[in-house]
Design a protein around this ligand. Structure first.
Ligand code: NAD
Length: 275
């Protein structure tokens, strides 16, 4: 019998087919949890589910009906839910051309900065951002976090217990040039976390956020030119590993964090120091 820190808990992690979500699935499983692997991508979700002896659930978290259906299945098949991690996310919602052109501008600007200036390359990202790209970013992160939390709470309220972990980012606190839509979504998630934590505390449900720094995953793979600048701005001098976030999530999900709610834990190598 597994006597780990999450023994007997049922955990649904969104966007868990890759990156931070997949690593959380592995550590949660190691600590004894039953894992429900949500993602948009069936094959990759199934591969992670197989690895952790869990179940893959395909749904776009920004689609209210799909989310309702997914949690209906969780209620019917698993009889409730103990942990929800709202992890699904995207870093860029523009066209590949805009993404490429923006990365070039970012690289050029970083080079000018490292050479001591002057900065002659302007990012001009927000003036080129379309309504559609703005809405997709807010949709995946903020709608997704709200839709999944709302449905999970229907299961958790019936138990008068549960734990929700929302994925923020240092971009939601420190800001980041050329990512106003991402930063807005992540800052919104931190506010949502604090409000919901106060609302559901009477039900014995805890709500916290993680705000990672720069971590090596597919999401940050395209950061190459700016990487030395980011590393130089990080007191620990490096990007983090997915495990740096997965273990923080294990802590927040476990009973070790039973007095912790409404908080933002930020494993970031010292990039941003708050509170
Ligand atoms: N990697 C970092 O440096 C970093 C830093 C801070 C915060 N974050 C946040 O952590 C989370 C995970 O990031 P990651 O680095 O593992 O990214 P990733 O791109 O490696 O993985 C994200 C996963 O989410 C899934 N996904 C995307 N949109 C979805 C949707 N609408 N519905 C369901 N699944 C969806 C993707 O298919 C993918 O499997 C994100 O919320 C991200 O914003 C990442």
């Amino acid at each position: 019998m597994n006597t780990g820190r999450l023994a007997g808990k049922r955990a649904l992690i969104t966007g868990a087919a890759a990156g931070l979500g997949a690593q959380m699935a592995r550590r949660f499983h190691q600590e004894g949890a039953e894992i429900l692997v949500n993602d948009l991508r069936l094959e990759d979700a199934e591969a992670v589910a197989k690895e952790v002896g869990g179940t893959a659930l395909v749904a776009d978290v920004s689609d209210s009906d799909a989310v309702r259906e997914m949690f209906g299945r969780v209620g019917r098949e698993f009889g409730g839910l103990d942990i929800l991690v709202n992890n699904a996310g995207i870093a860029f919602s523009g066209s590949p051309e805009l993404s490429e052109s923006f990365n070039q501008r970012l690289a050029q600007q970083a080079q000018e900065g490292m050479a001591g200036g002057p900065i002659e390359t302007h990012l001009d990202f927000t003036v080129e951002l379309s309504d559609e790209d703005w809405r997709r970013m807010i949709g995946v992160h903020m709608d997704g976090t709200f839709f999944c939390s709302r449905e999970a709470l229907k299961l958790m309220n019936a138990q008068n217990s549960g734990c929700i972990i929302n994925m923020g980012s240092i971009m939601g606190t420190a800001g980041g040039a050329g990512a106003a839509h991402y930063c807005a979504a992540k800052a919104g998630i931190l506010g949502f976390t604090r409000s919901l934590a106060r609302e559901v505390v009477s039900r014995g449900i805890r709500v916290n956020a993680l705000a990672p720094g720069f971590i090596d995953t597919d999401m940050t793979a395209s950061i190459d030119a700016a990487r030395p600048v980011i590393e130089a701005s990080t007191p620990m001098g490096r990007f983090g590993e997915p495990d740096d976030i997965a273990w923080a999530a294990v802590y927040l999900a476990s009973d070790e964090a039973k007095f912790v709610t409404g908080q933002t834990l930020s494993p970031n190598g010292g990039y941003y120091m708050s509170q």
